[in-house]
Design a protein around this ligand. Structure first.
Ligand SMILES: NC(=O)N[C@@H](CC(=O)O)C(=O)O
Ligand SMILES: [Zn+2]
Ligand SMILES: [Zn+2]
Length: 432
């Protein structure tokens, strides 16, 4: 199968024809390639998500590897890293290999399993990190996400252990003693609503500790879902000292604030919680500047009974894969004076760096996040920057419906996605 993508603007610059053949960006005659009219479309390297919850094994009613992969492809992704908080937990070679195999079978994106740091995410003893690293899934990222590796000695040992194979520990930074019973961001809104607060310092204290630990042992640390202005300052300081730390921000923390909780709609309940407008501004600036390296979705599907209940009982987490690029275009566009018609003013190279190249580098996914040039694997996505779409939860390819953007109109639309030269999305629709 080959494709000729006609008149596409690669990273928003100029116009070119792209030939895809035998899984790579090719040169030469188009032959009998299927022609795609890409007038007005922007080509980006396929997006890479470093933080996705696929819920399989264990909660296939909320998401499966296949449904989550389809949502990812529709969002422009060609690779996702699947978090370990499944049931059973992905803390053995057997479970990570199962998730890896399910991803290959679905064939919609490359699914790279993340291994748990501790057995059962219990924070008591290290999981079989080496066995997961040498398994068929070749795990390089380890995380207890959903839980913080709170014990500093365990965190130190995990950081030391993964150094041998250039692995990285992705930390969910939340000091558990400071967030007992927490329901939302600790601040004015929480006081008004009478909900227990999740203070910014619970995140910042763990990041500060962990960058010092990473510096001490010379290992790589990745910080999940950074949500506060104070965390940005800690990261800035660590990076200036040369600590090997990278960080992510979610689309929702770039767009939404704790004011959303006034609706008491649990769709806005998430960990870490939605913060203040000042935090949102700081996160946007940090992402532009590079203090925050990447956008990661933290796509967290939940079944209806876990979300459509009282706030206090609802599980934290929200969908993200299908809306991430649009939210980022909206968030980065608006404070830069507004993305113009047809995406004028969008820094596409920055989008490619923060949503494809840098996450691919952190995860060690060498086939992704490559320049769109002859010989490179044809992992790419075509975006219509002029489109605007109203988000309808019923249209989601995810098995869950907990999108916080329902009814909002967002810029940009993914029109096509290619994984190793095979179309996974065409005309804005999933191919299989
Ligand atoms: N983000 C969330 O609120 N929830 C995540 C876990 C996590 O990312 O901490 C989940 O697994 O549902
Ligand atoms: Zn988390
Ligand atoms: Zn998560």
């Amino acid at each position: 199968m080959s494709f000729l993508i006609k008149g596409v603007s690669v990273l928003g610059k100029g116009k070119a024809d792209l030939l895809i053949r035998d899984g790579v960006i090719a040169e030469g005659g188009a032959g009998n390639a299927q022609v795609i009219d890409a007038d007005g479309l922007v080509a980006l390297p396929g997006l890479v998500d470093l933080h996705t919850h696929l819920r399989e094994p264990g909660r296939e009613d909320a998401e499966t590897v296949e449904t989550g992969s389809r949502a990812a492809a529709l969002g422009g992704y060609t690779a996702v890293c699947a978090m370990a908080n499944t049931s059973p937990v992905a803390d053995t070679a057997g479970v990570v290999e199962q998730v890896y195999r399910l991803g290959r079978e679905a064939g919609l994106v490359d699914v790279q399993p993340i291994g748990a740091v501790t057995v059962g995410l219990a924070g008591e003893r290290l999981a079989e990190l080496g066995a997961m690293a040498t398994s068929a899934a070749q795990v390089r990222i380890f995380s207890d996400d959903g839980h913080c590796v709170a014990d500093p000695r365990l965190m130190r040992r995990a950081l030391e252990y993964v150094k041998a194979f250039d692995g990285v520990i992705a930390q969910h930074a939340e000091e558990p003693r400071l967030t007992e019973g927490a329901q939302m961001h600790e601040g004015e809104v929480a006081t008004r609503l009478g909900l227990t607060g999740w203070p910014a310092v619970a995140e910042e204290a763990i990041i500060a500790r962990d960058v010092l630990l990473a510096e001490h042992v010379g290992s790589r640390l990745h910080v999940c879902h950074v949500s506060t202005a104070g965390s940005v300052e800690v990261l800035r300081h660590a990076k200036a000292r040369g600590v090997k730390v990278t960080a992510e921000v979610t689309p929702h923390h770039l767009l939404l604030t704790d004011e959303r909780a006034t609706s008491y709609d649990p769709v806005f309940k998430v960990n870490p919680p939605l913060r203040t407008a000042a935090d949102v501004e700081a996160l946007r600036a940090a992402l532009r500047e590079g203090v925050i390296d990447i956008v990661a979705t933290d796509h967290a599907p939940h079944a209806v009974e876990d979300k459509e209940c009282e706030w206090g009982y609802a599980r934290p987490g929200m969908l993200g894969l299908e809306t991430a690029l649009s939210v980022v275009l909206d968030a980065l566009g608006s404070s830069a004076g507004g993305a113009g018609a047809g995406g004028a003013g969008v820094d596409w190279d920055l989008i490619a760096e923060r949503m494809s190249r840098a996450p691919a580098r952190i995860a060690g996914l060498t086939e992704h996040g490559r320049d769109i040039a002859p010989g490179a694997p044809a992992n790419l996505t075509l975006v219509d920057p002029a489109a605007r779409r109203r988000i309808d939860p019923g249209e989601s390819a995810s098995r869950s419906r907990n999108t916080p953007y329902a009814g909002m109109t967002l810029p940009g639309r993914v029109m096509a996605t290619f994984l190793r030269g095979e179309a996974t999305v065409l005309d804005g629709k999933a191919v299989k």
